[in-house]
Design a protein around this ligand. Structure first.
Ligand SMILES: [Zn+2]
Length: 415
């Protein structure tokens, strides 16, 4: 491969992936608009035309804004690579510190800062214009900025030492450095999952034991019935930022926590909360979490091996706008550019995820009630203004959850 051929391949892949994303987004917008005037029959009893139209408008606004963000991200990627951004930051860092790990870590930190600043307007507009226009935003500019500062400090405190270790391993461990980096990364990810609920999450939100005594007793009964050991059931002040409701599991092993957003507890009644929790437990019982983790680790191993092959080829750097190869440049170029080439594999991940959702729903139907889960889902679709009529191809490509009508039809068959 020559540098020139690789540049051509990269430009072609980037253009093709942007065009494909635009086409899918436009299809989605058209489809949602075409179905805006009537609530689908199976939801007509529970969802008003007004809510349905609000969901359509919200979906169109978000998708259209997403198209702008896609174009902006592609322009930034081109500027960082072919436009010479990474090469410039790399030279700047080695002027300051000479060649080596310190220069490498500095270049990556500068790149991260540049990327954060350049994409900030998009998260600002998404929060204070789009989410606010549909009544979902609860965050203030002060909380938004405090979140940004906290996230950056945590990312620096955790990420910079990790990057330093990775760069050192890449230089010091010969041809099989990628195995060492992989082992380090796996250990580090597990450690992070372990400490996240107790050390990191409380920096952003308040967690308190579920206050409702009756609900707690019910949930504990469900956990016993399903043979699940949890390190606590908590309520989180999600309403501090958004009125979208949610529930999730976090942590590893005996430290696993169940967290309900206060917003979700307000939206659903006891039966519905139990059904939603049974669905989440289904993900554990059907080993989805472990499988997903194993897949992520395996994919990472493959990616690092591939980086091991590319790291020694001059065309890889030169083809992406970097004339002086460095270890840090190899690392960032690879992980910035990889998604352009793997974009077409996205639907496989979405398909597996939707399969898991059906399995978790089936588990919830066994352990709780399919009827309660249907009620909960309909309320959540309505209150979150999630569209009931996604474009089928867009959904096939991106959606981690099955479309509402298919999911509820499957639950009805189980009931
Ligand atoms: Zn799920």
């Amino acid at each position: 491969m020559t540098a020139h051929a690789f540049t051509t391949l990269f430009v072609f892949a980037l253009t093709a992936s942007v065009l494909l994303q635009m086409w899918l987004a436009q299809r989605h917008i058209n489809h949602v608009r075409r179905h805006r005037s009537a609530v689908p029959d199976e939801f007509a009893a529970e969802i008003t035309l007004l809510s349905h139209q609000r969901a359509a408008d919200y979906t169109v606004a978000k998708t259209r804004f997403g198209m702008l963000a896609t174009i902006w991200d592609a322009m930034l990627l081109a500027a960082f690579t072919l436009g010479g951004g990474i090469a410039w930051l790399s030279n700047l860092a080695s002027d300051w510190f000479g060649p080596g790990i310190l220069a490498g870590v500095t270049m990556i930190a500068l790149l991260a800062v540049a990327n954060t600043v350049l994409t900030l307007p998009f998260s600002w507009i998404s929060t204070f214009r789009i989410e606010a226009a549909f009544g979902f935003n609860q965050t203030t500019p002060a909380t938004f900025m405090a979140d940004l500062v906290k996230t950056s400090l945590i990312a620096a405190a955790i990420g910079l030492p990790l990057i330093a270790v990775v760069l050192w391993l890449m230089d010091a461990m010969g041809d099989v450095w990628w195995l060492w980096v992989w082992a380090t990364w796996v250990g580090f990810s597990l450690l992070l999952m372990w400490v996240f609920p107790t050390w990191i999450a409380p920096l952003f939100n308040k967690f308190e034991p579920l206050p409702d005594e009756g609900l707690r007793t019910r949930i504990e009964a469900l956990l016993t019935r399903c043979g699940f050991r949890a390190g606590g059931i908590f309520m989180m002040d999600g309403s501090k930022r958004s009125s979208h409701g949610n529930a999730y599991f976090t942590g590893l092993g005996a430290k696993k926590r169940i967290v309900f957003f206060d917003t979700l507890l307000k939206q659903l009644n006891g039966d519905e909360i139990e059904a939603v929790l049974a669905h989440e437990l289904g993900h554990f019982k059907r080993r989805h979490i472990v499988k997903r983790l194993a897949w992520t680790f395996l994919l990472m191993l493959g990616m690092l091996w591939l980086l091991g092959q590319l790291k020694t080829r001059p065309w890889f750097y030169e083809g992406l706008g970097v004339q002086t190869p460095t270890t840090a440049a190899a690392l960032v170029l690879f992980f910035l550019v990889l998604p352009v080439f793997t974009f077409l594999f996205g639907p496989i991940g979405s398909m597996l995820s939707r399969k898991h959702e059906y399995e978790a729903d089936a588990y919830a139907a066994e352990q709780a009630s399919s009827r309660d889960l249907i009620h909960a889902l309909v309320k959540l679709y309505r209150d979150n203004a999630a569209t009931l009529t996604p474009d089928p191809l867009h959904s096939l490509f991106y959606d981690s959850h099955p479309p509402a009508s298919l999911r509820i039809a499957a639950l009805k068959r189980l009931g």
